[in-house]
Design a protein around this ligand. Structure first.
Ligand code: MV4
Length: 517
């Protein structure tokens, strides 16, 4: 095992990796920008090295500076986390060339999965189902029209270098195809410097289901089952769960086997994820492979009992996986991404200082966060502050537990996605598992609607806070006049069991407890 690992990341995932290192008896080295001098990941690591100013391009993306920091501190390996340098082939290569160990897949596997068309070709050659379509770039609108006719409308034009939905156009009829091809090419050229575009049959209303795999250096590749990631907005996932209501044990086995074949074909080692579309008929199609640890890895950890980040480190150190059979999920896990965005205002990023943070605890609750009371939230990095993850024996238990945990959560000082998540947990369609990739965008207006009932509860919450404040003022003026937490208006439990009523109650109880301390 390594003695020391450098973590080339920040925020919750950097702290997550520090924790894995500490449990393995491995020393950790953090790197940080000027914006992160006081960040938890810096404080919790055994050592920390400043890289540069706040902008990522001058700090967390400076691969050569990070490699130099590893050399200087005597770290033997680099863990890239997700985002930043995690899927840069050149960086994986540079780490290896510097005589360090890359805690991730070989640079060649990153390259093999980097191009969508190359990954598609690899999948087809290995019996992994892909959406019907071409793999060659389209020459012109005439060819596009001919191919579209062959597969049948609607079709989807996709950038070969693509990702994140850029350079993608749905085309419903022959009359639209020339214009769509032009704009897709232009967008692809701008985003990726490559205007190659190909055609796929457009799959309507699918789910996004992905398979987590682990591969060691000794030829063992296993599937850890699926994650359901359909609750997303503009290609940003908001809520993930494991398993998926749409995946039977038999389908899990077939999707897992397909993911393992794709990983083997790419010469994959370490943790990775194969993304699939799952259509209403139960057919699945390989989209792409993510060659990194993902944000949503904890839901898989909670239903398999495995520590994926520890396994990434163990695999990189040469350890063999002791598992052979694919994993069967136990119970249900859900993750809500808590972001500094204002759902009531088009998810506008919110900035400021976190004045007060109260973190949910209790049975089955996990909080993976990079912030604490006093943290400044700016615009330099991703708006994801934390991940709230829960486990329960069934899906409905997990939803109830997530709702309860969200009620316990208080983040004061900035706008967050907390209220949005509460409303999703209360939503009938979500509770039925009736979700697909367009669900959130369709459902958002009604989720965010300010109904008379919600307004009443909001007013009740404000009244409760005012009453509590008034009580406290009285207690300060005449301490003997107040007998304890059960006194005053806040001593009555609200009868409405809505989120806002419970929040009002929780806020009042919190003020009460501060007063009586
Ligand atoms: C699709 C599709 C429907 N049909 N391909 C979006 C990003 C890229 N990685 C693949 N994407 C899609 N490909 C066919 N043939 C719908 C999407 C898609 C999507 C996929 C996964 C998660 C969210 C999505 C949101 C919109 C569209």
């Amino acid at each position: 095992m390594f003695k020391k690992v450098l973590i080339a990341n920040r925020g919750e995932i950097a702290l997550r990796i520090v924790r894995a290192c500490r449990e393995l008896g491995v020393k950790s080295v953090a790197v940080y920008s000027d914006a992160d001098v006081h960040a938890p990941h810096v404080r919790e690591a055994d050592e920390a090295v400043r890289i540069g100013p706040a902008p990522s391009a001058e700090s967390y993306l400076l691969g050569h500076e990070i490699i130099a920091a590893a050399k200087k501190t005597g770290a033997e390996a680099i863990h890239p986390g997700y985002g930043f340098l995690s899927e840069r082939e050149w960086f994986a290569r540079a780490v290896r060339d510097a005589g360090l160990v890359w805690i991730g897949p070989p640079a060649e596997a990153i390259a093999a999965m980097g191009s969508k068309t190359a990954a598609r070709t690899l999948a087809v050659a290995n019996g992994v189902p892909v959406v019907p379509g071409t793999t060659e770039a389209l020459r012109d609108a005439k060819e596009a029209a001919a191919v579209a006719e062959q597969f049948g409308y609607p079709v989807l034009l996709k950038a070969a270098a693509g990702g994140g939905g850029k350079g993608m156009r749905v085309v419903h009829s022959a009359s639209e195809i020339a214009g769509a091809l032009d704009s897709a090419k232009r967008e692809a050229k701008n985003a990726f410097g490559d205007d190659a575009v190909y055609v796929e049959k457009y799959i309507e209303g699918p789910r996004h289901v992905e398979i987590q795999i682990l591969a060691d250096q000794h030829g063992t590749v296993i599937s850890l089952g699926e994650r359901e990631c359909s609750v997303q907005r503009r290609h940003q996932k908001m809520i993930e769960e494991a398993p998926s209501v749409a995946v039977s044990p038999e389908l899990r086995e077939r999707m897992g086997a397909a993911a393992v074949r794709a990983a083997r074909a790419a010469g994959y080692v370490n943790a990775g994820t194969c993304e699939f579309l799952l259509d209403k008929s139960g057919a699945f199609y390989f989209l792409e492979m993510n060659t990194r640890i993902q944000v949503e890895h904890p839901v898989t950890e909670l239903v398999t009992g495995l520590d994926l980040v520890q396994w990434q480190i163990r695999i990189a150190a040469g350890e063999a996986l002791p598992y052979r059979a694919p994993f069967t999920p136990r119970g249900w896990a859900i993750e809500c991404r808590i972001t500094s965005e204002d759902p009531a205002n088009g998810f506008l990023p919110s900035t400021g200082r976190i004045n007060y943070l109260h973190v949910p605890t209790g049975p089955g609750v996990r909080w993976d966060s990079g912030v604490e009371t006093g943290s400044d939230v700016g615009l330099f990095y991703d708006p994801m502050l934390a991940k709230l993850i829960v486990w329960g024996p069934t899906r409905s238990d997990a939803i109830a537990r997530m709702h309860r945990a969200l009620l316990e959560l208080t983040i004061d000082g900035i706008e967050t996605s907390r209220e949005f998540h509460l409303r999703v947990m209360e939503d009938e369609e979500f509770r039925r598992g009736d979700i697909e990739i367009q669900w959130l965008e369709r459902r958002l207006p009604s989720l965010l609607e300010q109904t008379p009932a919600r307004r009443d509860i909001e007013n009740a919450a404000m009244a409760a806070a005012l009453i509590a404040h008034h009580d406290r003022q009285q207690a300060v003026a005449a301490p003997s006049a107040v007998s304890g937490p059960a006194s005053g208006a806040s001593g009555k439990t609200p009868s409405a069991q809505s989120a806002w009523a419970q929040t009002a109650w929780a806020q009042t109880a919190r003020v009460e407890s501060l007063r009586t301390r």
